[in-house]
Design a protein around this ligand. Structure first.
Ligand SMILES: *[C@@H]1O[C@H](CO)[C@@H](O)[C@H](O)[C@H]1NC(C)=O
Ligand SMILES: *[C@@H]1O[C@H](CO)[C@@H](O)[C@H](O)[C@H]1NC(C)=O
Ligand SMILES: *[C@@H]1O[C@H](CO)[C@@H](O)[C@H](O)[C@H]1NC(C)=O
Length: 348
């Protein structure tokens, strides 16, 4: 083999799902607030803070019967037809003086091209073979917001990477959740950014749109990582597109170790005041009609228009203009005396 071919093959092997097409697109910030219509429906000031992207029909309570595409007037995600909501906990920097500062989220580069997001995350839908798209009302949770044991998390599904490049376009490492990626949040002043990856289960029981723990109606298939998922167990035989969140937390402004806690604790924590073992992602499906199924069936690729599935890609100015006012109104910007958490919960 020619060196050029070998190099190309090595690069391809590093790419996510290099064997086929997938959706990969940016979502900008919709709102940052203490709500969680999946785990704590109807509650304002939920136990911890979330950053939320997607359709602006997002609300403290989201009736699974609601037509999110009809109820949304915009979406902070690239495709106009995608009014789903995607959310995660928020990363904070803990200063040695006791104050906290939210870590900013930035866009992402990588081998498949640059994605511009204004304080949001990037979403992937990775098919593996014939997949069945989610149905209206479907929702799920990956990870556990209360877990403190790294050993209980599969590093192949939820992980962090120390991004040593100052530039998000300058790709660091290999496939998501492989190599030296860790469950814990890296604490190394050499990290300019911390990339967080959350890979959702790809196997469904075929019946339940949700379950009491928001997880047992789905299961991980064989294999791990961003491959679209392997064979499904007989309890959860229906193959779903693999949903993956990618977040770039820009920790550059906190890399001066003289600001770090003197007791040696990790200065980076999630909004539950816990580390990487408690990283989690929430997903509420809200694609218009059967557009996601059509996108998967027609091999729609990356963040481009896909006429066969009726997908329209918005410009970054368009999707970044879709925002929502906080429903649980409180300060989440700048230096905070305490993490926004605690018992201020109010039922809406
Ligand atoms: C949010 O939910 C409240 C209470 O259920 C409702 O009154 C309000 O209209 C909803 N807002 C949106 C934007 O859907
Ligand atoms: C902690 O340090 C930050 C950064 O210098 C500062 O803005 C903040 O006010 C300090 N907090 C306290 C409680 O002194
Ligand atoms: C990350 O933060 C640093 C320091 O605030 C800033 O100079 C840099 O532009 C940021 N990177 C991105 C991609 O926004």
């Amino acid at each position: 083999m020619q060196w050029a071919t070998l190099a190309a093959a090595a690069l391809l092997a590093q790419n996510v799902a290099a064997q086929g097409n997938m959706l990969r697109f940016a979502c900008s910030q919709l709102v940052v607030e203490r709500t969680d219509p999946l785990v704590n429906p109807g509650m304002k000031f939920t136990p911890h803070l979330h950053q939320i992207v997607g359709g602006n029909s997002f609300n403290v309570t989201m009736d699974p019967a609601m037509d999110m595409a009809a109820a949304s007037t915009c979406t902070s995600c690239t495709f106009k037809e995608d009014t789903s909501n995607y959310w995660t906990a928020v990363m904070f920097f803990h200063h040695k003086n006791g104050s906290y500062h939210r870590v900013r989220q930035v866009g992402n580069g990588g081998p498949q091209g640059k994605l511009v997001n204004k304080g949001g995350l990037d979403v992937y839908y990775i098919p593996s073979g014939k997949v069945t798209a989610f149905k209206k009302g479907f929702r799920m949770l990956a990870g556990s917001a209360t877990n403190t044991a790294d050993s209980k998390v599969s590093k192949g599904n939820i992980c962090h990477r120390c991004w040593t490049s100052t530039n998000e376009d300058n790709f660091v490492g290999s496939a998501p959740c492989s190599g030296s990626d860790t469950v814990a949040i890296p604490m190394d002043p050499k990290c300019k950014m911390i990339r967080q990856t959350i890979i959702f289960p790809t196997c469904w029981d075929g019946k339940n749109l949700d379950s009491p723990d928001h997880a047992s109606h789905v299961a991980y298939g064989q294999g791990s990582g961003a491959t679209g998922g392997g064979a499904c167990p007989s309890t959860h035989p229906t193959k779903l597109p693999q949903v993956m969140y990618e977040l770039m937390w820009n920790v550059t402004e906190f890399s001066d170790k003289s600001m770090w806690p003197t007791d040696g604790s990790n200065p980076f924590v999630y909004s539950m005041n816990l580390g990487g073992a408690a990283a989690h992602g929430d997903y509420v499906f809200g694609w218009k009609d059967n557009s996601l199924q059509l996108a998967m069936d027609n091999n729609c690729n990356l963040n481009k228009d896909c006429p066969k599935a009726g997908l329209h890609a918005q410009t970054d100015a368009q999707y970044s203009a879709c925002n929502k006012k906080q429903q649980a109104v409180e300060d989440v910007e700048g230096w905070l005396k305490e993490l926004p958490m605690g018992d201020k919960a109010i039922k809406a």
